[in-house]
Every structure is written in structure tokens, then in C-alpha cells.
Design a protein around this ligand. Structure first.
Ligand code: ATP
Ligand code: MG
Length: 238
């Protein structure tokens, strides 16, 4: 058995993500439709830290959900590495999702599971080998939580919970890490620590980090900023 799911993402240079003419609309209760992604074409370089910025409701989360295959576009294609994720079978899609790291604003840890089991949760249905347990331990060490492995999420601070979520996002050795306002629920000092951790891990592993944020300070630390207004990127470069 291989140590990580085969995501088909192997590039460390070049383009990690190619979004081509992608649209996504939501049908609202009153029968009207709302376009959250409007013919979006953008490319994200591998191994870089890219921020997606824009006003509330501009479509940042929608874009990340589409790239992470949490949601499907109505039109267009999204290639991640060598894979067109818009044409994958259910099974291939599940493998793809397991290989992409996702960090959410609300942490989304499973309350009944210990810290270690939350980190291992994306591997559900796969054999949890000693190697994988060792990797979970190493990741918890990297995020400074090796001594809290048996704690439950409710016993941790917000910053600690987000660090567990970051370890969980990295368990599948993702080449692409998607982070949606990862510091939005944290005080500024804790947020700075979590940001530093993400950027350090991104550098260390050559991960492609795509982060949605409102925070101009965070955006300034990115290598590239994509501005979004009303579901459309309008400036791709800094
Ligand atoms: N499931 C849904 N059903 C209906 N409308 C939705 C749904 N998800 C998002 N939208 C709408 O799509 C638009 C884009 O939403 P999105 O969550 O991508 O914005 P955002 O830029 O992430 O905003 P925020 O900064 O507040 O997180 C918004 O107008 C939102 O109301
Ligand atoms: Mg959002």
C-alpha cells in the first residue's frame, strides 16, 4: 500500500491549478439565481502562496470549494495537476478530495474524536498503518500539539483547534492546500501564529497554498493576490 492517496498531483513547478471558464450559480428561494462564479479563468502556480481577496459574498469560498471539489461547477473545467477534476468518477473524486488539504474558518473538527483521530479522519476507509500514526504524530509535533494527542476538540483553544485542522489537512500529503479564512475566528496574536505555521509548512513541503482572506495584512504576505468582485477575478497579479 502506498503511503498517500494518488492524487495525480505531482508538479512542484509550473501550474498547479487551471480554472477555465468556470461558472457556478445558486438558485435562491424566490426562484432567482445568483452567480457566485462568473466565467472565471485563472491559473495558480505550483508551490506558491496565493491569496484570494474580495468583499463578503464576492465568491472566494465558492472558488475554493470548486477547486477542492466540495462543489461542482455548472460550466467550465478545473485541472489540478494533471487531472481534470470536473470529469472524475465518484470514486476518483473521493480520492482527489482525500488528497487535497482544506482548512476552514470554523475548524470543523469532529467533537467525539481525539486530536490524533481527527488528524487521521481524512484517511477513513483506508488502513491506518503504524506509518500513518507516526505521520499524524509528526504533524502534531510540527504544529506544536504533540502533548495534546488524546484531548478532545472541546478541550482545546481556538488556535489549537485550527492547528489540529492544519495537521489534518496535511495528513494526505497534499500538493494543494486550500485555506478559507483560516484565521477568521482567532484573535490577532493566535492568528499570526497560525499564519506563520501555514507559511512555514508551505515552504518546507513546497505546497501550493491558496488562501481566501479579508485581511489585507495576510494578503500582503502572499506571493500573489487574486482579487474577486461579484464572482469574477479582476486582477491576477500583485
Ligand atoms: N449554497 C448556497 N446557496 C445560495 N447562495 C449561495 C450559496 N453559497 C454561496 N452563495 C452565495 O454566493 C455568493 C458568493 O458566496 P461565497 O461564500 O463564495 O462568498 P465569500 O467571498 O466567500 O464571502 P465571505 O467573505 O463572506 O466568506 C454570495 O452571494 C452567497 O450568498
Ligand atoms: Mg467565504
Amino acid at each position: 500500500m502506498t503511503s498517500a492517496p494518488d492524487t495525480g498531483i505531482s508538479e512542484r513547478t509550473g501550474l498547479a491549478v487551471r480554472v477555465e471558464h468556470v461558472s457556478k450559480s445558486y438558485r435562491l428561494g424566490d426562484g432567482s439565481t445568483l452567480t457566485a462564479a462568473d466565467d472565471v479563468t485563472l491559473h495558480i502556480e505550483a508551490g506558491r502562496f496565493t491569496c484570494v481577496v474580495g468583499a463578503s459574498g464576492s465568491g472566494k469560498s465558492t472558488l475554493l470549494h470548486l477547486i477542492g471539489a466540495i462543489d461542482r461547477p455548472d460550466a467550465g473545467t478545473i485541472r489540478v495537476g494533471e487531472q481534470d477534476i470536473t470529469s472524475l468518477s465518484r470514486r476518483a473524486l473521493a480520492d482527489y478530495r482525500a488528497g487535497v488539504g482544506f482548512v476552514f474558518q470554523q475548524f470543523h473538527l469532529i467533537p467525539a474524536l481525539t486530536v490524533t483521530d481527527n488528524v487521521l479522519a481524512p484517511l477513513v476507509g483506508r488502513k491506518i498503518s503504524d506509518d500513518r500514526r507516526a505521520r499524524a504524530h509528526d504533524l502534531l509535533e510540527a504544529v506544536g500539539l504533540a502533548d495534546r494527542k488524546t484531548a478532545l476538540p472541546s478541550q482545546l483553544s481556538g488556535g489549537q483547534q485550527q492547528r489540529v485542522a492544519i495537521a489534518r489537512a496535511l495528513i494526505g500529503r497534499p500538493s494543494v492546500l486550500l485555506a478559507d479564512e483560516p484565521t477568521g475566528n482567532l484573535d490577532s496574536q493566535t492568528a499570526a501564529g497560525v499564519m506563520q505555521l501555514l507559511v512555514d509548512l508551505q515552504h518546507e513541503h513546497g505546497t501550493t497554498l491558496v488562501m481566501a482572506t479579508h485581511d489585507q495584512g495576510i494578503a500582503r504576505s502572499a506571493e500573489r493576490i487574486i482579487h474577486i468582485t461579484d464572482g469574477r477575478p479582476h486582477s491576477e497579479a500583485i
